[in-house]
Design a protein around this ligand. Structure first.
Ligand SMILES: Cc1cc2nc3c(=O)[nH]c(=O)nc-3n(C[C@H](O)[C@H](O)[C@H](O)COP(=O)(O)OP(=O)(O)OC[C@H]3O[C@@H](n4cnc5c(N)ncnc54)[C@H](O)[C@@H]3O)c2cc1C
Length: 394
């Protein structure tokens, strides 16, 4: 096996980053990021869009042709095929992410469970889809998870409800195990995360004995999560299973801080960005030292962390395409990282969210929020597109 990448890595190479995109695609991306870089529009956009959708105004077509097209694969698995092909052409894998959030009904949870299983079936035998994913709130009622997290006693009906959540979770992970398709469990709000962590550890105990199937997600913007990785690693070692670690910084910082302040408990979030970065990079180092016992998915758009991981791969003499090391980004973001890493020979995949337009709106609003300009600067994505447009027109 080769131990070093085939080609030198240059994250500024926008030619490689956008080579699967036509001039028209690039222009569409340019205007999209121009619009969402406006703090004002990103603030007023979500309530107005939700209002329009709720009163039935025909704006779905506009959303589908613009922001949805950029960040999502389609409304169904079949509609994602074009994206799967496009990513695979640049050696980047797809993670089909059924992005329906905030539902409350048991029938919806059962449907979502079956839909997640359909993503596993779709991935089975297709190397273009190396990993799958789900969110526990897609198969469980938020308030139930919250009650469990707060260690409140469940009544009989709630206990039966939670038993059904466990059945769904196990059904999904067993399916992944039988088809040998790895599956990640996303991280969510801290006030339901202990329950998610327990479910994830139970699934890893069951299905990671002979190789990596289930990954939990660790949000390094939480000050306690580096310690959690280390503690979970000790448990995995003692019980003889591979620890699956998808590491991210975390998507719900404002909400976390606001809730902690409003309810008067200490914020679970790191004091500053530097502290999140430090723990993120430390978790990469820790995992690479223990790479035979920990499988990682480095879920980030941070160039420094991606570069660090490539350096650690060299330092610890790990094969660059080792099955325990994946880089992952979100569709429509940081193509300069994804495609330059894959071009250099690393394992790279991208989340390809899909689902009915109205249901994926919370996901789209989060992406818009993330791409607003900071203090008048051009956002990262817009800057890359401008660079590539200039290169093509030179
Ligand atoms: C493949 C993939 C999967 C993901 N899955 C999940 C998931 O399951 N759950 C989830 O919550 N998120 C998930 N995310 C989103 C992720 O948590 C981040 O919100 C997003 O990727 C931005 O962080 P970054 O590492 O890419 O880059 P950066 O731009 O370097 O970091 C931004 C992040 O740093 C942190 N941060 C910013 N300012 C501060 C501050 N003042 N103090 C402390 N921390 C700060 C925040 O987490 C912020 O999102 C995922 C992202 C990717 C790419």
């Amino acid at each position: 096996m080769e131990t070093s990448p085939k080609k030198p890595l240059n994250f500024d190479n926008t030619e490689i980053a956008f080579r699967n995109q036509s001039d028209a695609d690039l222009n569409a991306g340019y205007w999209l990021f121009k619009v969402i870089s406006s703090n004002f529009l990103t603030r007023v956009g979500p309530p107005i869009t939700n209002f329009f959708l709720n009163i039935g105004l025909p704006i779905k077509g506009i959303i589908k042709a613009t922001i949805f097209k950029h960040f999502c694969g389609g409304e169904t698995i079949a509609e994602c095929e074009k994206r799967i092909q496009q990513l695979a052409a640049g050696r980047v894998g797809t993670i089909l992410d059924y992005s329906v959030e905030g539902e409350e009904k048991e029938t919806v949870f059962d449907f979502t469970c079956e839909e997640i299983i359909r993503t596993i079936e779709r991935a089975d035998g297709d190397p273009r889809i190396p990993i799958t994913v789900f969110k526990v709130t897609g198969i469980a009622r938020f308030a139930l998870l919250e009650k469990l997290d707060a260690q409140q006693t469940l009544n009989d009906a709630e206990q039966a409800e939670f038993d059904r959540v466990k059945v769904r979770c196990e059904k999904i992970c067993r399916n992944a195990f039988e088809r040998k398709v790895p599956i990640m469990i996303d991280a969510e709000d801290s006030w339901i995360q202990d329950t998610i962590d327990q479910l994830a550890m139970d699934m890893m105990r069951k299905f990671n004995k002979n190789g990596i199937i289930v990954y939990n997600t660790y949000q390094m913007y939480r000050h306690d999560k580096l310690a959690s990785i280390k503690a979970d690693h000790e448990i995995a070692k003692a019980e003889g299973f591979i620890l699956g670690v998808k590491m991210v910084r975390g998507a719900y910082m404002e909400k976390e801080r606001e809730r902690a302040a409003a309810m008067g408990y200490p914020s679970p979030i790191q004091p500053d960005k530097a502290a999140s970065d430090k723990d993120y990079d430390e978790s990469l180092r820790y995992s690479m030292v223990n790479i035979n016992e920990i499988a990682i998915v480095c879920g980030t758009h941070n160039e420094t962390s991606c570069r660090l991981l490539t350096e650690l791969i060299d330092q610890y003499n790990v094969e660059y395409n080792h099955p325990h090391v994946y880089f992952a980004q979100l569709l429509g973001m940081s193509d300069n990282l994804s495609f330059n890493l894959s071009d250099a020979g690393y394992n790279v995949t991208k989340y390809v969210p899909y689902g009915p337009i109205k249901a994926v709106m919370p996901y789209l609003f989060r992406r818009a929020q993330e791409n607003t300009s900071i203090a008048g600067q051009t956002s990262r994505e817009l800057g890359l597109i401008i660079k590539e447009k200039k290169r093509r027109n030179a």
